[in-house]
Design a protein around this ligand. Structure first.
Ligand code: AQP
Length: 336
């Protein structure tokens, strides 16, 4: 709880160029909370290094991700926008929570299994303990609600378990957070190349993802190439994963329901439908892209936001940190 407001926290890794999965599943929903809640939206660069990053690209993407937060409608005056590694409490609490998170729990995480498969030459300890750091991100601010896509549900459940475990041992310390997962199919946007797999910004197949910053003609081309099926009907029937995914995306950008989409495209071919999805997506992203371009020309402004956000987040994190330190028996930190 921050003063009289409940807290919302979420973050996105600068581990690649953001996709429409990140946008529809998470970013687009962030601004809904800005008025009523104390909102912390973080660029989680510490999480990003669990997979090897090119340093120059990581630095550039950190700026880009922050600029996208603002371009997507997050007012830096109404939200605390910051970079995770600028606030020491994340890594500090992350280490502490590592010691309250079980090996067995971490071994069950599907993201760890997926990413270990994808990065077989770099299955590092950070990749394994990622959910404990994520729990720290959230619990550090006494967060009540975490808007995320469906893929993060398992990590959120672990954060709740860790908070409850800690509270049981030491008495009430953390608020136990609730996930906020969009009820629409946009909570789970799938790859355009393999529609049974989620769309991921680190996917190496460029045809699998649509990036928030892709040019209009690129967006339209990618949707044209999207894998569907050998039928002709546009409907949300079992086995039509590709079409269902396109319907989810079209619905998210136009506000139309599956029934409305089925009616609109009855008797029309996949070609027509794919073009409509591409155009709806490009239209919706155009203002975000324009604002992003403007912001990226003003690095100084982005750095001012980073500083302001880090100062506020750091200040707000100190209460939880000092409570946690006291509870577990650390001595008081000397001032220096
Ligand atoms: N395909 C998706 N559909 C809906 N929501 C999604 N999110 C990610 N992919 C989809 C949501 O975006 C937010 C930020 O995610 P993240 O950067 O913290 O990491 P992630 O979930 O691992 O996302 P990516 O794109 O798959 O990144 P990489 O490729 O680096 O692992 C989260 O709220 C997530 O749910």
């Amino acid at each position: 709880m921050y003063k009289d407001k409940k807290v919302v926290f979420s973050g996105i890794q600068p581990s690649g160029q953001l996709t429409i999965g990140n946008y529809l599943g998470a970013l687009k929903n962030f601004k809904e909370f800005s008025e009523e809640y104390r909102c912390y939206y973080c660029v989680v660069d510490e999480h990003a290094i669990t997979v090897r990053q090119n340093p120059a690209e990581l630095r550039r993407r950190t700026y880009e991700t922050l600029a996208l937060y603002i371009a997507a409608g997050l007012d830096p005056e109404k939200n605390v926008l910051f970079v995770q590694s600028h606030v020491p409490g994340h890594a500090e609490l992350g280490w502490i929570l590592d010691c309250y998170t079980m090996f067995g729990e971490l071994s069950r995480m599907t993201q760890f299994k997926d990413k270990s498969r994808k990065n077989a030459d770099n299955i590092n300890a950070g990749l394994f303990t990622y959910p404990a750091l994520m729990a720290a991100d959230i619990l550090l601010y006494q967060t009540e609600m975490v808007p995320v896509g469906h893929d993060q549900k398992q990590h959120l459940e672990l954060a709740r378990d860790v908070a409850e475990r800690f509270n049981q041992i030491y008495g009430d310390t953390f608020i136990v957070p609730e996930p906020f997962i969009n009820k629409t199919p946009a909570a789970r946007i799938m790859s355009l190349a393999e529609p049974t797999k989620k769309m991921s910004k680190s996917d190496e197949n460029e045809n699998a993802t649509v990036r928030i910053l892709d040019e209009r003609d690129v967006i339209i081309k990618k949707f044209k190439r999207a894998v569907t099926d050998s039928e002709t009907e546009i409907c949300a029937r079992e086995g039509k994963d590709g079409i269902i995914n396109l319907m989810s995306i079209y619905g998210a950008f136009t506000g139309k329901t599956f029934e409305e989409i089925e009616r609109e495209f009855a008797g029309r071919g996949y070609g027509d439908f794919k073009l409509a999805v591409g155009e709806a997506c490009a239209d919706a992203l155009a203002p975000v892209q324009a604002e992003f371009k403007r912001l990226m020309q003003d690095k100084k402004y982005l750095e001012e936001i980073m500083l302001k956000g880090a100062m506020e987040a750091h200040h707000d994190s100190l209460r939880t940190m000092s409570k946690v330190r006291r509870k577990i028996g650390f001595t008081e930190k000397p001032r220096f």
